[in-house]
Design a protein around this ligand. Structure first.
Ligand SMILES: [Mg+2]
Length: 255
């Protein structure tokens, strides 16, 4: 599949798309739980009973990739009001901190070989706030976010969202795209579009026990995507994507 980028100049460097939530910071921050509680409260504020609210929250998330998509479609809510009351009210400064290791990792990507972008289902306000708190906002060239201001906004894992991301980042060859996300469905969708390297982030320490055996899972509670590259620590990207990392003078990858 190709994307028309005739309006923009061609840049043949790789583009790396990092998911933000539960990828650039640990799921142990419990931000997604706090988000979930606020979204649940939002459903209740629409007059839904407790049980119905839980059911619809789950249904919309599963069907549309975002609970908000269902709320806009079926309850005609204002997405910007939702964003303010849910993501916007999170005390993020108390939940995550500047991450020097993440900063070093991003700095060690050779910018003559790759451009570094973020690809998130959050709205831009939340995305930039997280990047700022982590102390990496200056190392991210562009953020592809869910445009809640557009009534027909798309989101991961819809193919259109990924195609729009390619257009915005001005990359025409899907093979030139590297992508990492903690959501199995999101990684699967990118792989289906032929993106060059799709990594499923299954954070080390997140496990479920089945039949007495510990099994690795991602923050969305799912097992690693079959066929995808799976990493438990972002540091592993230095070897997985070694072609875009700076090398030391003897030619080995920087550690
Ligand atoms: Mg995520």
């Amino acid at each position: 599949m190709t994307v028309d980028i005739s309006q923009t100049s061609v840049d043949d460097r790789y583009v790396i798309f990092f998911d933000i939530d539960n990828t650039l910071y640990s799921a142990s921050s419990k931000i997604s739980q706090a988000m979930g509680e606020r979204i649940h409260a939002y459903f209740l504020s629409l007059g839904l009973e407790e049980e119905r609210a839980t059911e619809l929250h789950h249904k919309y998330y599963t069907e549309y990739g975002l609970a908000l998509r269902g709320l806009v479609r079926h309850h005609e809510i204002d997405p910007l009001d939702f964003d303010k009351k849910c993501d916007g009210s999170l005390p993020l400064e108390e939940m995550i901190k500047p991450d020097p290791h993440l900063r070093q990792l991003l700095q060690d990507i050779d910018r003559s070989k790759a451009r570094v972008w973020a690809l998130t289902n959050a709205y831009k306000t939340h995305a930039h706030r997280v990047l700022r708190i982590l102390g990496v906002d200056d190392l991210i060239e562009g953020v592809i976010f869910c445009d809640y201001g557009n009534p027909k906004f798309s989101c991961k894992p819809e193919p259109q969202f990924y195609l729009d991301a390619m257009q915005k980042a001005a990359v025409s060859d899907p093979k030139k795209i590297f992508f990492i996300d903690d959501s199995r469905n999101n990684v699967a969708a990118a792989a289906a579009l032929g993106w060059g390297s799709c990594v499923h982030f299954c954070e080390a320490g997140l496990e479920t026990v089945e039949g007495g055996k510990a099994k690795q899972i991602s923050a969305d509670g799912k097992e690693p995507l079959p066929g995808a590259i799976v990493v438990g620590r972002l540091e592993e990207l230095r070897s997985v994507w070694s072609e875009v990392f700076k090398t030391t003078e003897d030619g080995s990858a920087k550690k």
